[in-house]
Write a protein that binds this ligand. Structure first.
Ligand SMILES: Nc1ncnc2c1ncn2[C@@H]1O[C@H](COP(=O)(O)OP(=O)(O)OP(=O)(O)O)[C@@H](O)[C@H]1O
Length: 254
């Protein structure tokens, strides 16, 4: 493990509207790690990852990527980002291949795509199991297939760091399995991953560490919490044993 974190978030504070949403968040993600950001609805998970990629300005503290302060970081082809469930279909008709290829633009810029660029796009499409749909319009896809396209778009630049906001939300079981396999492959290749999850689900075996947020603060940073009994059910405040004597309430599923 490299001593310099790939992501370093230090005492981060952020306000949305007049609401303090991040209230002094600290965490780091090291090279090759898979870290899940967990917490109840509204705990600040999306805001935290959006601040990591500069979409939410911090009111205090700092973020570094690959050892560079965010405001000076320019190497965005090293970072793949999958936003919280949106559609890959804009107002403009586009095929699966076109949307995925747009994810390569951070590497190609304005030059004509090379053979390596095209191969990376095809590999990303294959990884998410959509090779047979490459020429189809994204309008014709299911929600789970859309999500796969967004992930392929993030993978097209062959990023060293993949940041995903609830990649499994609203995704059918078949697509979940494809996404888990895709992620396993990326992790096997050494990609560093930070992902927002509502529950660990099929990605659980891949997760090295969990950072749990509550009300904009980190309340746990360590082994992923285990869902047990009825507390594993959606709607239950999640209680699990902690290394210390007190049980830790993560509010994981509420
Ligand atoms: N643009 C905004 N303006 C004002 N408040 C916002 C805005 N975006 C989010 N919030 C609020 O900030 C808080 C944190 O939101 P955030 O999306 O980071 O939470 P989350 O943990 O990702 O939740 P979820 O699991 O529901 O996605 C919530 O209370 C939310 O209502």
């Amino acid at each position: 493990m490299s001593s310099e974190p790939v992501i370093s978030v230090r005492a981060a504070t952020a306000t949305l509207g007049s609401r303090p949403v991040l209230r002094g968040v600290d965490f780091a993600v090291h090279r090759g790690e898979v870290v899940a950001l967990l917490g109840a609805n509204g705990s600040g998970k999306s805001t935290a990852v959006r601040s990591v990629i500069g979409q939410v300005p911090l009111t205090g503290g700092g973020v570094s990527l690959f050892g560079t302060e965010l405001r000076r970081f320019r190497d965005w082809s090293r970072v793949g980002y999958v936003p919280q469930r949106t559609t890959a279909a804009s107002g403009v008709p586009a095929t699966v291949r076109e949307v995925v290829a747009s994810g390569r633009l951070s590497r190609t810029g304005l030059r004509w795509p090379s053979r390596a660029d095209r191969a990376a796009v095809e590999r990303a499409i294959e990884l998410v199991g959509l090779a047979d749909r490459a020429k189809d319009s994204v309008w014709a896809l299911s929600g789970g297939q859309h999500q796969r396209v967004l992930i392929a778009r993030a993978l097209a630049s062959e990023p060293e760091l993949l940041i995903m906001d609830e990649p499994m939300a609203g995704v059918d079981l078949a697509s979940q399995e494809v996404l888990a396999a895709t992620l396993r492959e990326q992790v096997g290749d050494g990609t560093t991953v930070l992902l927002v999850l509502h529950e660990l689900g099929p990605l659980e075996p891949l997760i090295d560490r969990a950072v749990v947020l509550r009300d904009g603060c980190v309340v746990h940073d360590g082994p992923p919490p285990e869902a047990v009994g009825q507390h594993a059910l959606p709607g239950h405040d999640h209680v699990h044993p902690h290394a210390a004597d007190e049980p830790l309430r993560t509010g994981l599923l509420t």
